[in-house]
Write a protein that binds this ligand. Structure first.
Ligand code: NFE
Ligand code: MG
Length: 478
Protein backbone atom coordinates (compact mmCIF):
# COMPACT_ATOMS: atom_id res chain seq x y z
CA UNK A 1 0.00 0.00 0.00
CA UNK A 2 1.28 3.45 -0.85
CA UNK A 3 2.38 5.70 2.00
CA UNK A 4 1.12 9.26 2.10
CA UNK A 5 3.22 12.02 3.68
CA UNK A 6 1.45 15.25 4.44
CA UNK A 7 3.06 18.49 5.69
CA UNK A 8 0.40 20.97 6.74
CA UNK A 9 1.22 23.75 7.13
CA UNK A 10 4.66 23.99 5.59
CA UNK A 11 6.41 26.57 7.76
CA UNK A 12 9.11 29.11 6.96
CA UNK A 13 7.22 30.51 4.03
CA UNK A 14 4.58 33.19 3.64
CA UNK A 15 0.93 32.13 3.68
CA UNK A 16 -0.66 28.72 4.15
CA UNK A 17 0.63 25.82 2.11
CA UNK A 18 0.04 22.10 2.42
CA UNK A 19 1.93 19.48 0.49
CA UNK A 20 0.95 15.87 0.22
CA UNK A 21 3.06 13.22 -1.49
CA UNK A 22 2.74 9.53 -2.12
CA UNK A 23 5.87 7.37 -1.82
CA UNK A 24 6.50 3.86 -3.11
CA UNK A 25 8.10 0.98 -1.18
CA UNK A 26 11.57 2.53 -1.69
CA UNK A 27 10.39 5.88 -0.25
CA UNK A 28 10.52 7.49 -3.68
CA UNK A 29 7.89 10.16 -4.30
CA UNK A 30 5.54 9.02 -7.06
CA UNK A 31 2.78 11.62 -6.75
CA UNK A 32 2.41 15.12 -5.29
CA UNK A 33 -0.27 17.69 -4.57
CA UNK A 34 0.31 21.24 -3.35
CA UNK A 35 -2.56 23.14 -1.79
CA UNK A 36 -2.88 26.86 -1.08
CA UNK A 37 -5.15 26.86 1.96
CA UNK A 38 -6.10 30.49 1.92
CA UNK A 39 -8.56 32.41 -0.23
CA UNK A 40 -7.16 35.65 -1.68
CA UNK A 41 -10.12 37.88 -2.46
CA UNK A 42 -8.24 40.91 -3.71
CA UNK A 43 -9.47 40.83 -7.26
CA UNK A 44 -13.05 40.99 -6.02
CA UNK A 45 -12.26 43.77 -3.55
CA UNK A 46 -10.99 45.95 -6.39
CA UNK A 47 -14.10 45.79 -8.54
CA UNK A 48 -15.97 49.12 -8.49
CA UNK A 49 -13.08 51.13 -7.06
CA UNK A 50 -10.93 53.90 -8.53
CA UNK A 51 -8.12 52.06 -10.39
CA UNK A 52 -5.55 54.12 -8.47
CA UNK A 53 -6.67 52.44 -5.23
CA UNK A 54 -5.24 49.21 -6.63
CA UNK A 55 -1.68 50.49 -6.12
CA UNK A 56 -2.31 50.53 -2.37
CA UNK A 57 -4.76 47.66 -2.01
CA UNK A 58 -2.74 45.11 -4.00
CA UNK A 59 0.33 45.82 -1.86
CA UNK A 60 -1.65 44.40 1.06
CA UNK A 61 -1.61 41.02 -0.66
CA UNK A 62 1.77 40.55 0.94
CA UNK A 63 4.36 42.13 3.19
CA UNK A 64 7.23 40.48 1.36
CA UNK A 65 6.78 41.72 -2.20
CA UNK A 66 4.53 44.80 -1.85
CA UNK A 67 6.69 47.04 -4.02
CA UNK A 68 6.38 44.73 -7.00
CA UNK A 69 2.59 44.83 -6.67
CA UNK A 70 2.73 48.65 -6.58
CA UNK A 71 4.93 48.64 -9.69
CA UNK A 72 2.75 46.17 -11.60
CA UNK A 73 -0.36 48.12 -10.65
CA UNK A 74 0.97 51.56 -11.56
CA UNK A 75 2.32 50.18 -14.84
CA UNK A 76 -1.09 48.70 -15.67
CA UNK A 77 -2.77 52.06 -15.07
CA UNK A 78 -0.12 54.01 -17.01
CA UNK A 79 -0.35 51.46 -19.83
CA UNK A 80 -4.07 52.18 -20.17
CA UNK A 81 -3.23 55.64 -21.53
CA UNK A 82 0.30 54.88 -22.78
CA UNK A 83 2.10 57.12 -20.32
CA UNK A 84 5.80 56.71 -19.51
CA UNK A 85 7.29 58.45 -16.46
CA UNK A 86 10.56 60.39 -16.72
CA UNK A 87 13.71 58.29 -16.54
CA UNK A 88 14.55 59.99 -13.23
CA UNK A 89 11.25 58.66 -11.83
CA UNK A 90 12.05 55.19 -13.19
CA UNK A 91 15.41 55.30 -11.40
CA UNK A 92 13.64 55.99 -8.11
CA UNK A 93 11.13 53.21 -8.75
CA UNK A 94 14.06 50.87 -9.49
CA UNK A 95 15.73 51.86 -6.22
CA UNK A 96 12.53 51.27 -4.24
CA UNK A 97 11.83 47.89 -5.88
CA UNK A 98 15.42 46.65 -5.70
CA UNK A 99 15.70 47.66 -2.03
CA UNK A 100 12.72 45.39 -1.41
CA UNK A 101 14.46 42.57 -3.36
CA UNK A 102 17.59 42.76 -1.18
CA UNK A 103 15.70 42.47 2.10
CA UNK A 104 13.52 39.71 0.67
CA UNK A 105 16.30 37.53 -0.74
CA UNK A 106 18.35 37.88 2.46
CA UNK A 107 15.25 36.92 4.44
CA UNK A 108 14.77 33.86 2.27
CA UNK A 109 18.30 32.51 2.53
CA UNK A 110 18.88 33.11 6.24
CA UNK A 111 15.48 33.02 7.87
CA UNK A 112 13.34 30.81 5.65
CA UNK A 113 15.68 28.28 4.00
CA UNK A 114 18.83 28.01 6.13
CA UNK A 115 17.32 25.89 8.90
CA UNK A 116 16.85 23.09 6.35
CA UNK A 117 20.67 22.88 6.28
CA UNK A 118 21.95 24.25 9.61
CA UNK A 119 20.87 23.59 13.18
CA UNK A 120 19.27 26.51 14.95
CA UNK A 121 19.77 27.22 18.65
CA UNK A 122 18.14 24.63 20.92
CA UNK A 123 15.40 26.92 22.16
CA UNK A 124 12.12 28.30 20.92
CA UNK A 125 11.34 29.34 18.15
CA UNK A 126 14.07 27.18 16.58
CA UNK A 127 12.80 23.97 18.16
CA UNK A 128 11.17 21.59 17.61
CA UNK A 129 12.39 20.77 14.14
CA UNK A 130 13.73 17.89 12.07
CA UNK A 131 17.04 16.52 13.28
CA UNK A 132 18.40 14.80 10.23
CA UNK A 133 21.09 15.23 7.58
CA UNK A 134 22.82 18.30 9.01
CA UNK A 135 26.29 18.35 7.46
CA UNK A 136 28.04 21.48 8.78
CA UNK A 137 30.78 21.18 11.41
CA UNK A 138 30.03 22.75 14.78
CA UNK A 139 32.24 25.72 13.95
CA UNK A 140 30.60 26.24 10.54
CA UNK A 141 27.14 25.88 12.04
CA UNK A 142 27.80 28.39 14.76
CA UNK A 143 29.29 30.94 12.31
CA UNK A 144 26.33 30.67 9.93
CA UNK A 145 23.80 31.02 12.77
CA UNK A 146 25.64 34.19 13.86
CA UNK A 147 25.04 35.51 10.35
CA UNK A 148 21.38 34.49 10.65
CA UNK A 149 21.18 36.94 13.59
CA UNK A 150 23.18 39.60 11.76
CA UNK A 151 20.92 39.23 8.73
CA UNK A 152 17.95 40.36 10.85
CA UNK A 153 19.67 43.70 11.37
CA UNK A 154 20.78 43.95 7.73
CA UNK A 155 17.21 43.32 6.58
CA UNK A 156 16.00 46.16 8.78
CA UNK A 157 18.59 48.41 7.15
CA UNK A 158 17.48 47.30 3.67
CA UNK A 159 13.93 48.23 4.69
CA UNK A 160 15.04 51.63 5.96
CA UNK A 161 16.94 52.15 2.71
CA UNK A 162 13.81 51.36 0.69
CA UNK A 163 11.74 53.76 2.82
CA UNK A 164 14.04 56.68 1.92
CA UNK A 165 12.23 57.07 -1.42
CA UNK A 166 9.13 54.99 -0.60
CA UNK A 167 7.84 56.95 2.39
CA UNK A 168 7.49 53.73 4.33
CA UNK A 169 7.85 49.98 3.93
CA UNK A 170 6.14 47.55 3.68
CA UNK A 171 3.28 49.06 1.65
CA UNK A 172 4.93 52.04 0.07
CA UNK A 173 3.29 55.44 -0.39
CA UNK A 174 5.26 57.28 -3.06
CA UNK A 175 4.50 55.28 -6.23
CA UNK A 176 1.71 56.97 -8.18
CA UNK A 177 0.62 57.25 -11.81
CA UNK A 178 2.92 59.95 -13.20
CA UNK A 179 6.03 58.91 -11.31
CA UNK A 180 7.15 59.11 -7.70
CA UNK A 181 6.10 61.67 -5.10
CA UNK A 182 9.32 61.61 -3.06
CA UNK A 183 11.77 64.18 -4.46
CA UNK A 184 15.42 63.17 -4.57
CA UNK A 185 17.64 65.52 -2.57
CA UNK A 186 21.36 65.43 -1.85
CA UNK A 187 20.46 64.40 1.68
CA UNK A 188 18.21 61.43 0.88
CA UNK A 189 20.56 60.26 -1.88
CA UNK A 190 23.46 60.12 0.54
CA UNK A 191 21.30 58.41 3.16
CA UNK A 192 20.31 55.71 0.63
CA UNK A 193 23.98 55.24 -0.36
CA UNK A 194 25.10 54.76 3.24
CA UNK A 195 22.51 52.00 3.75
CA UNK A 196 23.35 50.41 0.41
CA UNK A 197 27.08 50.25 1.18
CA UNK A 198 26.40 48.37 4.40
CA UNK A 199 23.83 45.96 2.94
CA UNK A 200 26.02 45.34 -0.13
CA UNK A 201 29.06 44.51 2.04
CA UNK A 202 26.98 41.87 3.87
CA UNK A 203 25.82 40.37 0.56
CA UNK A 204 29.32 40.31 -0.98
CA UNK A 205 30.92 38.80 2.10
CA UNK A 206 28.66 36.87 4.46
CA UNK A 207 25.80 35.91 2.10
CA UNK A 208 28.08 34.78 -0.74
CA UNK A 209 30.39 32.73 1.45
CA UNK A 210 27.53 31.15 3.43
CA UNK A 211 25.75 30.27 0.19
CA UNK A 212 28.90 28.67 -1.24
CA UNK A 213 29.38 26.68 1.95
CA UNK A 214 25.84 25.29 1.82
CA UNK A 215 26.16 24.54 -1.90
CA UNK A 216 29.41 22.64 -1.38
CA UNK A 217 28.11 20.58 1.56
CA UNK A 218 24.83 19.76 -0.16
CA UNK A 219 26.02 19.43 -3.75
CA UNK A 220 23.71 16.42 -4.28
CA UNK A 221 20.87 19.00 -4.30
CA UNK A 222 22.08 20.12 -7.73
CA UNK A 223 20.38 16.98 -9.00
CA UNK A 224 17.20 17.09 -6.89
CA UNK A 225 13.98 19.01 -7.52
CA UNK A 226 14.13 19.94 -11.18
CA UNK A 227 10.43 20.55 -11.78
CA UNK A 228 8.97 21.46 -15.14
CA UNK A 229 12.33 22.45 -16.63
CA UNK A 230 10.57 25.35 -18.38
CA UNK A 231 11.42 28.92 -17.34
CA UNK A 232 9.56 32.18 -17.91
CA UNK A 233 10.28 35.86 -17.21
CA UNK A 234 8.57 39.15 -18.02
CA UNK A 235 11.74 41.19 -17.45
CA UNK A 236 12.14 44.16 -15.10
CA UNK A 237 14.14 47.22 -14.06
CA UNK A 238 14.42 49.65 -16.98
CA UNK A 239 18.00 50.59 -17.72
CA UNK A 240 17.21 53.47 -20.06
CA UNK A 241 14.30 55.20 -21.71
CA UNK A 242 14.35 52.83 -24.72
CA UNK A 243 13.09 49.73 -22.94
CA UNK A 244 16.31 47.83 -22.15
CA UNK A 245 15.89 46.01 -18.86
CA UNK A 246 18.33 44.63 -16.29
CA UNK A 247 16.43 41.34 -16.18
CA UNK A 248 15.44 40.21 -19.66
CA UNK A 249 12.09 38.78 -20.61
CA UNK A 250 11.73 35.42 -22.31
CA UNK A 251 10.96 31.75 -22.37
CA UNK A 252 13.36 28.84 -21.88
CA UNK A 253 12.16 25.43 -22.99
CA UNK A 254 14.05 22.28 -23.99
CA UNK A 255 17.33 24.17 -24.01
CA UNK A 256 15.98 26.87 -26.33
CA UNK A 257 15.41 30.55 -25.58
CA UNK A 258 12.61 32.51 -27.24
CA UNK A 259 10.70 35.76 -26.86
CA UNK A 260 7.64 35.72 -24.65
CA UNK A 261 4.21 36.28 -26.17
CA UNK A 262 1.90 37.20 -23.33
CA UNK A 263 -1.19 36.41 -25.36
CA UNK A 264 -0.25 32.74 -24.78
CA UNK A 265 -0.87 32.99 -21.02
CA UNK A 266 -4.02 31.47 -19.60
CA UNK A 267 -5.14 30.67 -16.08
CA UNK A 268 -6.86 27.32 -15.56
CA UNK A 269 -9.15 26.47 -12.67
CA UNK A 270 -10.10 22.82 -13.20
CA UNK A 271 -8.42 21.79 -9.91
CA UNK A 272 -8.91 25.12 -8.09
CA UNK A 273 -11.77 26.25 -5.87
CA UNK A 274 -13.18 28.64 -8.48
CA UNK A 275 -16.14 28.40 -10.81
CA UNK A 276 -15.62 26.66 -14.14
CA UNK A 277 -15.82 29.94 -16.06
CA UNK A 278 -13.02 31.37 -13.88
CA UNK A 279 -10.66 29.08 -15.82
CA UNK A 280 -9.36 28.70 -19.36
CA UNK A 281 -9.06 32.47 -19.81
CA UNK A 282 -6.40 35.04 -20.60
CA UNK A 283 -6.03 37.33 -17.56
CA UNK A 284 -7.23 40.37 -19.54
CA UNK A 285 -10.66 38.74 -19.60
CA UNK A 286 -10.11 36.68 -16.47
CA UNK A 287 -12.52 35.92 -13.72
CA UNK A 288 -11.86 34.82 -10.11
CA UNK A 289 -15.13 33.62 -8.63
CA UNK A 290 -14.68 31.35 -5.58
CA UNK A 291 -16.45 27.99 -5.46
CA UNK A 292 -15.17 26.10 -2.44
CA UNK A 293 -15.88 22.39 -2.50
CA UNK A 294 -15.82 22.02 -6.27
CA UNK A 295 -15.37 18.37 -7.21
CA UNK A 296 -11.75 17.53 -8.04
CA UNK A 297 -10.42 20.88 -6.78
CA UNK A 298 -7.76 21.03 -4.09
CA UNK A 299 -6.26 24.54 -3.99
CA UNK A 300 -7.12 28.24 -3.84
CA UNK A 301 -4.35 28.85 -6.38
CA UNK A 302 -5.30 28.85 -10.03
CA UNK A 303 -2.94 27.27 -12.55
CA UNK A 304 -1.33 29.81 -14.90
CA UNK A 305 0.10 28.19 -18.01
CA UNK A 306 2.07 29.45 -21.02
CA UNK A 307 0.99 27.83 -24.25
CA UNK A 308 -0.86 25.32 -22.06
CA UNK A 309 2.33 24.21 -20.29
CA UNK A 310 3.68 24.65 -16.75
CA UNK A 311 6.61 27.05 -16.27
CA UNK A 312 8.85 27.95 -13.35
CA UNK A 313 9.47 31.62 -12.56
CA UNK A 314 11.90 33.35 -10.19
CA UNK A 315 15.56 34.29 -9.79
CA UNK A 316 16.77 31.12 -11.55
CA UNK A 317 14.56 31.89 -14.56
CA UNK A 318 15.87 35.48 -14.61
CA UNK A 319 19.53 34.47 -14.39
CA UNK A 320 18.98 31.89 -17.14
CA UNK A 321 17.27 34.45 -19.39
CA UNK A 322 20.20 36.82 -18.85
CA UNK A 323 22.53 33.86 -19.57
CA UNK A 324 24.39 34.73 -16.37
CA UNK A 325 23.69 31.44 -14.59
CA UNK A 326 22.78 28.40 -16.65
CA UNK A 327 24.30 25.48 -14.70
CA UNK A 328 20.99 23.67 -14.30
CA UNK A 329 17.55 23.63 -12.71
CA UNK A 330 17.39 22.18 -9.19
CA UNK A 331 17.09 23.01 -5.50
CA UNK A 332 20.67 24.27 -5.22
CA UNK A 333 20.59 26.09 -8.56
CA UNK A 334 17.63 28.11 -7.26
CA UNK A 335 19.61 29.13 -4.16
CA UNK A 336 22.72 29.97 -6.19
CA UNK A 337 20.79 32.03 -8.75
CA UNK A 338 18.95 33.93 -6.00
CA UNK A 339 22.25 34.77 -4.27
CA UNK A 340 24.01 35.81 -7.47
CA UNK A 341 21.01 37.92 -8.46
CA UNK A 342 21.15 39.70 -5.07
CA UNK A 343 24.83 40.49 -5.62
CA UNK A 344 24.21 41.69 -9.19
CA UNK A 345 21.34 43.91 -8.12
CA UNK A 346 23.24 45.53 -5.24
CA UNK A 347 26.05 46.35 -7.68
CA UNK A 348 23.58 47.84 -10.17
CA UNK A 349 21.92 49.92 -7.44
CA UNK A 350 25.16 51.83 -6.95
CA UNK A 351 24.99 52.97 -10.56
CA UNK A 352 21.27 53.85 -10.24
CA UNK A 353 21.69 55.92 -7.08
CA UNK A 354 24.66 57.72 -8.65
CA UNK A 355 22.52 58.55 -11.71
CA UNK A 356 19.58 60.10 -9.83
CA UNK A 357 19.28 63.82 -10.57
CA UNK A 358 18.21 66.32 -7.91
CA UNK A 359 17.06 68.75 -10.58
CA UNK A 360 15.12 66.62 -13.07
CA UNK A 361 11.46 65.93 -12.45
CA UNK A 362 10.23 62.64 -10.94
CA UNK A 363 6.51 63.39 -11.22
CA UNK A 364 4.17 64.45 -14.00
CA UNK A 365 0.69 65.54 -12.95
CA UNK A 366 -1.92 63.38 -14.69
CA UNK A 367 -5.64 62.86 -14.80
CA UNK A 368 -7.22 59.46 -15.32
CA UNK A 369 -9.19 58.76 -18.50
CA UNK A 370 -12.80 57.68 -18.11
CA UNK A 371 -12.14 54.19 -19.37
CA UNK A 372 -9.24 52.00 -20.39
CA UNK A 373 -7.51 48.66 -20.28
CA UNK A 374 -3.91 48.05 -19.31
CA UNK A 375 -1.34 45.48 -18.32
CA UNK A 376 1.51 45.90 -15.87
CA UNK A 377 4.27 43.31 -16.01
CA UNK A 378 7.26 43.17 -13.71
CA UNK A 379 9.42 40.72 -11.82
CA UNK A 380 8.69 40.33 -8.12
CA UNK A 381 11.44 38.71 -6.02
CA UNK A 382 9.76 35.31 -6.59
CA UNK A 383 9.26 35.78 -10.32
CA UNK A 384 7.00 37.06 -13.08
CA UNK A 385 4.14 39.20 -11.78
CA UNK A 386 1.29 40.54 -13.92
CA UNK A 387 -1.65 42.84 -13.19
CA UNK A 388 -4.41 43.31 -15.77
CA UNK A 389 -6.88 46.16 -15.30
CA UNK A 390 -10.05 47.23 -17.10
CA UNK A 391 -12.08 50.27 -16.02
CA UNK A 392 -14.95 52.44 -17.14
CA UNK A 393 -16.49 55.56 -15.56
CA UNK A 394 -13.15 55.62 -13.69
CA UNK A 395 -14.16 52.49 -11.80
CA UNK A 396 -12.53 49.06 -12.05
CA UNK A 397 -14.63 46.60 -14.03
CA UNK A 398 -12.08 43.79 -13.92
CA UNK A 399 -8.74 43.35 -12.18
CA UNK A 400 -6.71 40.17 -12.46
CA UNK A 401 -3.44 39.40 -10.70
CA UNK A 402 -1.22 36.47 -11.62
CA UNK A 403 1.52 36.08 -9.01
CA UNK A 404 4.81 34.21 -9.28
CA UNK A 405 3.79 31.68 -6.66
CA UNK A 406 0.71 30.86 -8.73
CA UNK A 407 3.08 29.83 -11.52
CA UNK A 408 5.39 27.83 -9.22
CA UNK A 409 2.99 26.26 -6.75
CA UNK A 410 -0.10 25.84 -8.90
CA UNK A 411 -2.21 22.72 -8.69
CA UNK A 412 -2.90 20.59 -11.74
CA UNK A 413 -4.41 22.37 -14.74
CA UNK A 414 -7.36 21.32 -16.91
CA UNK A 415 -5.11 18.86 -18.76
CA UNK A 416 -3.93 17.13 -15.55
CA UNK A 417 -0.44 18.64 -15.73
CA UNK A 418 1.17 19.36 -12.37
CA UNK A 419 2.60 22.75 -11.42
CA UNK A 420 6.37 23.30 -11.23
CA UNK A 421 6.68 22.53 -7.49
CA UNK A 422 4.53 19.40 -7.73
CA UNK A 423 6.74 18.17 -10.58
CA UNK A 424 9.87 18.99 -8.56
CA UNK A 425 8.68 16.84 -5.65
CA UNK A 426 8.11 13.76 -7.80
CA UNK A 427 11.16 11.51 -8.04
CA UNK A 428 12.96 12.43 -4.82
CA UNK A 429 13.79 9.61 -2.41
CA UNK A 430 13.15 10.30 1.25
CA UNK A 431 15.60 8.92 3.83
CA UNK A 432 13.26 8.99 6.81
CA UNK A 433 9.55 9.37 6.15
CA UNK A 434 9.04 10.69 9.68
CA UNK A 435 11.43 13.56 8.96
CA UNK A 436 10.99 14.30 5.23
CA UNK A 437 13.59 17.08 5.11
CA UNK A 438 14.02 16.53 1.36
CA UNK A 439 10.47 17.76 0.76
CA UNK A 440 11.06 20.92 2.78
CA UNK A 441 14.28 21.64 0.90
CA UNK A 442 12.51 21.33 -2.44
CA UNK A 443 9.55 23.48 -1.37
CA UNK A 444 11.72 26.20 0.18
CA UNK A 445 13.98 26.44 -2.88
CA UNK A 446 11.02 28.03 -4.71
CA UNK A 447 10.50 30.51 -1.82
CA UNK A 448 6.72 30.15 -2.06
CA UNK A 449 4.36 32.82 -0.88
CA UNK A 450 0.79 31.60 -0.77
CA UNK A 451 -0.40 35.00 0.07
CA UNK A 452 -2.26 37.13 2.52
CA UNK A 453 -6.01 37.26 2.62
CA UNK A 454 -8.84 38.38 4.80
CA UNK A 455 -10.79 35.16 4.38
CA UNK A 456 -8.90 32.41 6.18
CA UNK A 457 -10.15 28.89 6.19
CA UNK A 458 -9.05 25.34 6.74
CA UNK A 459 -11.21 22.90 4.80
CA UNK A 460 -10.45 20.10 7.24
CA UNK A 461 -11.51 22.05 10.32
CA UNK A 462 -14.77 23.32 8.90
CA UNK A 463 -14.03 26.98 9.66
CA UNK A 464 -16.77 29.13 8.15
CA UNK A 465 -15.62 31.70 5.63
CA UNK A 466 -17.42 34.12 3.38
CA UNK A 467 -17.91 32.95 -0.22
CA UNK A 468 -17.91 29.33 0.93
CA UNK A 469 -20.28 27.09 -0.93
CA UNK A 470 -21.14 24.45 1.57
CA UNK A 471 -20.31 21.01 0.17
CA UNK A 472 -18.38 18.09 1.65
CA UNK A 473 -14.70 18.55 2.38
CA UNK A 474 -12.43 17.60 -0.53
CA UNK A 475 -10.55 14.92 1.37
CA UNK A 476 -11.35 12.38 -1.28
CA UNK A 477 -9.29 14.27 -3.85
CA UNK A 478 -6.12 12.60 -2.70
NI1 NFE B 1 3.98 37.43 -1.20
FE1 NFE B 1 5.21 37.77 -4.19
C1 NFE B 1 6.86 37.83 -4.69
C2 NFE B 1 4.37 38.45 -5.64
S1 NFE B 1 4.67 35.79 -4.55
S2 NFE B 1 5.79 37.38 -2.08
O1 NFE B 1 7.96 37.82 -4.89
O2 NFE B 1 3.79 38.90 -6.45
O3 NFE B 1 3.72 35.12 -5.53
MG1 MG C 1 -5.35 35.98 -9.71
Amino acid sequence: MATIIKIDPVTRLEGHLKIEVEVDSTNKVINAHSTGNMFRGFEKILTGRDPRDAIHITQRICGLCPVSHAIASVKAIEDSFKFKPTFNAILLRNLIQSGNYLSDHILHFYHLALLDYAKGPTQSPWTPGYNIDFRLSDAENSAIINNYIKALDIRRKAHEMTAVFAGKIPHVMSIVPGGVTQKPTAENISKYKAYLNEVKAFIDNEYMSDLNLIASKYSDYYSIGKGSGNLLTYGAFDLDATGNTLFKSGIYKNGTYSAIDITKIKEYAGCSWYTTDSGDKHPSIGKTEPYYGKAGAYSWLKAPRYNAEAYEVGPLARMFMNKEYTRGISVMDRHMARGLETKKLAQQMISWINSVSTTQSVYTQLGLPTSGIGVGLTEAPRGALGHWVGFSSQRVTNYQIVTPTCWNVSPRDDFGQMGALEQALVGVTIQDINQPIELLRIVHSFDPCTGCSIHVMDPEKNVKAKFVVSTPSPKGVF
